[in-house]
Design a binder for this molecule. Structure first.
Ligand SMILES: Cc1ncc(COP(=O)(O)O)c(C=O)c1O
Length: 393
């Protein structure tokens, strides 16, 4: 088992989280980065062992990347974790969930049409909708005392709009950390069903669940409408393999599978993962569970630490309860009401790089997202820097 307290030097590698910070953020190069959602932990031993084993064979020619061993590892994982039965033929490769969002938006809507998102939400949702010349239709989440829920009346109203074709759901939700309940998921799907709209359910965070909570795949929560639900999954977030660029997109409806084949596979030959992502994915889904359990427990402890720290040192900060993901969402408006000023203080006085809340939508102004998938001493350093910058007396 890994020692998750170990600090692994990532500066000087090509890690986007740690490199070129001065260039990217206009801050000191030695600022502490807890922004982009990857982990500062070494990946699971079985994955490293499988990759090492693979390079002992010195030929890296064309491969059958999506064979039975691969699809069985993927479907086996979802069966064991969520009691969710998937058919082999429903799985499609994409070199990432964000690229898949682009493919799906193009496949399922026309230019000028609307797609619903629920802000504050992972910013590439809006970016991909706009880059594909579609309209972002926002159904903002409701926040009460730091706790978030969906506005179903508003969602129903937006779903009724004729220019709306569907929605992108974030389940679990980045950045507010909600693991949507079965009842909530059923309600979303029922509203989509009543209006004949599709749902892309981005479930990349499905395995990063805080103690006491359980993820439900949307298509499993509401199976009678699963043909109109496309689920985006990936081993990358779960097992810290983002650099290997692999994701599995689950499409139940034959017409949509045909469209994917035509628009993604036939046009661009994007059809299977590469030698290393295939090897790592099989090892992760077959033998990575013990490591994942340890990581989730460690993130739970980091969340506890963060919560106690804020109570003691920054009691006016509002921490959203985290049910899933390894991302904390904190409202700092009681300390600094202006979002740009808050960001300046974080980058240039505290010297920490976080994801500023405004990235996720206007309702994120004055919030910060902190990545807790790091050794606790890094988190402690980050929080001491923030408290030092916000409390001056
Ligand atoms: C909700 C969500 N979707 C997708 C991604 C990234 O997916 P990928 O790296 O597979 O493109 C992230 C990464 O943070 C995310 O939070």
């Amino acid at each position: 088992m890994k020692n998750l307290d170990e600090i692994i030097e990532r500066r000087g590698t090509t890690a986007v989280k740690w490199n070129h910070l001065a260039e990217a953020f206009g801050c000191d190069e030695d600022a502490l980065p807890l922004w982009v959602a990857d982990m500062d932990f070494a990946c699971a031993d079985p994955i490293l062992a499988a990759l090492k084993e693979r390079i002992t064979h010195p030929v890296f020619g064309y491969e059958d990347g999506y064979d039975e061993a691969y699809t069985e590892a993927v479907t086996g994982w979802f069966k064991r974790q969520f009691d969710w039965e998937l058919r082999r033929e429903d799985l499609f490769f994409s070199p990432g969930v964000v690229p898949a969002l682009g493919f799906l938006i193009d496949m399922l809507s026309e230019e000028g049409e609307g797609i619903i998102i629920q802000s504050p939400v992972y910013y590439p949702f809006a970016a991909k909708i706009r880059a594909n010349h579609r309209e972002v239709i926002d159904n903002p989440l409701i926040c009460e005392n730091g706790c978030y829920r969906m506005d179903f009346d508003d969602l129903a109203e937006k779903m009724r709009l004729s220019q709306v074709r569907g929605m992108i759901l974030c389940n679990p939700h980045n950045p507010v950390g909600r693991v949507w309940s079965k009842a909530e998921l059923k309600q979303v799907a029922a509203i989509a069903e009543a209006n004949h709209k599709w749902i892309i359910s981005d479930e990349i965070h499905c395995d990063l669940i805080r103690s006491g909570y359980q993820h439900t795949p949307l298509a499993k929560a509401y199976p009678k409408y699963r043909e109109e639900i496309i689920t985006c999954t990936a081993p990358s977030k779960t097992f810290n393999l983002a650099g290997l660029q692999n994701s599995n997109i689950i499409i139940h409806k034959e017409a949509y599978r045909k469209l994917w084949k035509k628009k993604v596979i036939d046009r661009f030959s994007i059809s299977e993962c590469n030698t290393f992502s295939r090897t790592a994915t099989i090892a992760a889904y077959k033998d990575g569970e013990a490591w994942l359990r340890e990581v989730n427990a460690y993130v739970d402890a980091n969340f506890q630490y963060l919560s106690s720290f804020l109570k003691e040192h920054l009691p006016k900060a509002v921490l959203t309860p985290c049910e899933g993901t390894y991302l904390a969402w904190i409202d700092f408006r009681a300390y600094v009401s202006d979002a740009a000023e808050l960001e300046r203080i974080m980058r240039h006085e505290a010297k920490v790089i976080l994801d500023e809340g405004s990235l996720f939508g206007e309702n994120g102004n004055g919030y910060e997202r902190i990545n807790l998938a790091c050794p606790q001493c890094i988190l402690k350093d980050c929080l001491n820097r923030i408290a030092g910058a916000l409390i001056r007396d």
